[in-house]
Ligand binder design. Structure first.
Ligand SMILES: [Zn+2]
Length: 330
């Protein structure tokens, strides 16, 4: 039996994932705001059609799989993703977890170990349910865990989230992607926490590490077996493409290609910039922040910088496959 991985359209053999972008969103939305104010900017039919078109263009550009870390806190909604994915043949791998920079929602605050209503950690129970039974009766299973360690660090609430992530990892073996702040080097906090909690560091991607060009920091992460997410290509405001390329090329030359994944952290629509005017301003500010920047611009630039075809395959195909291959005995 080959190892299979859950995707929106059903299980896919892990060795058939093909060329994979390890951190892309389809939508980033704020459901509370959308439900109350979205009438001025949200058109469901337009957005679905637009997503189908953008994902099809990505598939046509040679990408077989996207790994989508949109969880609660970023507007995860599987029925819409299922509707889109029925119309475009690309693998979409979805996550469970919680996206917050500091506090957890009150939904979780009063329940759990030591809370007003003392009991088992509800986050762990829900994360495990998403992985083993599927998300919200859709039958779609989450295949990895997503959390955040931001500048504010491991606040008490964040510690609860990260503990639930570690516990879920221990029980299910699914890998972890953590959003970190590269300027504050919070990948160090995340990785230390995971090591102390028995996580297999080979199953960890330190997301957004590639916003930094500090080679000591990046190598520190990889030397422990974790993978760095050079996953914001196109977000030039955090780190321009030329510098991202040069950092990846240097690390490849130093023998680290097997611990690097590349992606954009882009989306078809992000409501942080809702409305026609904001979308145009976003386009003007970060014109390359879209799904096609890597196939069109970044891969040629990496080759130009001396990165070999084999190293590119390692980053886009082999590393994602290894990340999603269950550890022996798991
Ligand atoms: Zn993201």
């Amino acid at each position: 039996m080959p190892n299979t991985l859950a995707t929106v359209n059903g299980p896919v053999a892990v060795d058939q994932l093909g060329t994979t972008l390890m951190h892309e969103h389809v939508f980033i939305l704020t459901p509370d705001v959308q439900q109350n104010y979205g009438d001025s900017w949200w058109n469901e039919e337009e957005r679905v059609a637009d997503a189908v078109e953008k994902l099809q263009a990505l598939k046509n550009a040679g990408i077989d799989t996207i790994v989508d870390p949109t969880v609660v806190g970023l507007g995860r909604y599987l029925p819409r993703l299922q509707r889109i994915n029925k119309q475009v043949d690309i693998n979409i791998v979805v996550a469970t977890g919680l996206y917050t920079f500091d506090e957890i929602p009150h939904f979780f605050h009063y329940r759990g170990p030591g809370a007003l209503f003392d009991g088992p950690e509800p986050m762990t129970q829900l994360f495990i349910r998403d992985i083993t039974e599927g998300i919200a009766q859709t039958g779609v299973k989450a295949a990895f865990l997503k959390g955040v360690v931001e500048e504010r660090g491991l606040t008490p609430d964040q510690t609860r989230v990260q503990s639930a992530i570690c516990e879920t990892h221990a029980q299910t073996g699914v890998p972890i992607t953590v959003h970190t702040n590269a300027a504050a080097q919070t990948g160090r906090l995340a990785l230390n926490f995971y090591r102390d909690h028995g996580v297999d560091l080979a199953k960890v991607v330190i997301g957004h590490a590639g916003d930094s060009n500090d080679l000591d920091y990046l190598k520190w992460i990889m030397d422990q077996g974790a993978t760095i997410g050079c996953d914001r290509f196109g977000l030039d405001v955090f780190n321009p493409t030329a510098e991202r390329v040069s950092t990846v090329a240097t690390l490849c030359a130093d023998g680290y290609a097997d611990r690097i994944v590349i992606s954009h952290d882009a989306s078809c629509y992000i409501d942080f910039f809702s409305g026609e005017q904001s979308q145009q301003q976003l386009q003007a500010a970060v014109p390359n922040w879209n799904y096609l920047h890597i196939p069109r611009d970044v891969l040629p630039a990496l080759r130009e910088a001396g990165v070999t075809e084999k190293q590119i395959t390692t980053m886009l195909v082999d590393n994602p496959r290894r990340y999603f291959t269950p550890a022996a005995g798991a």
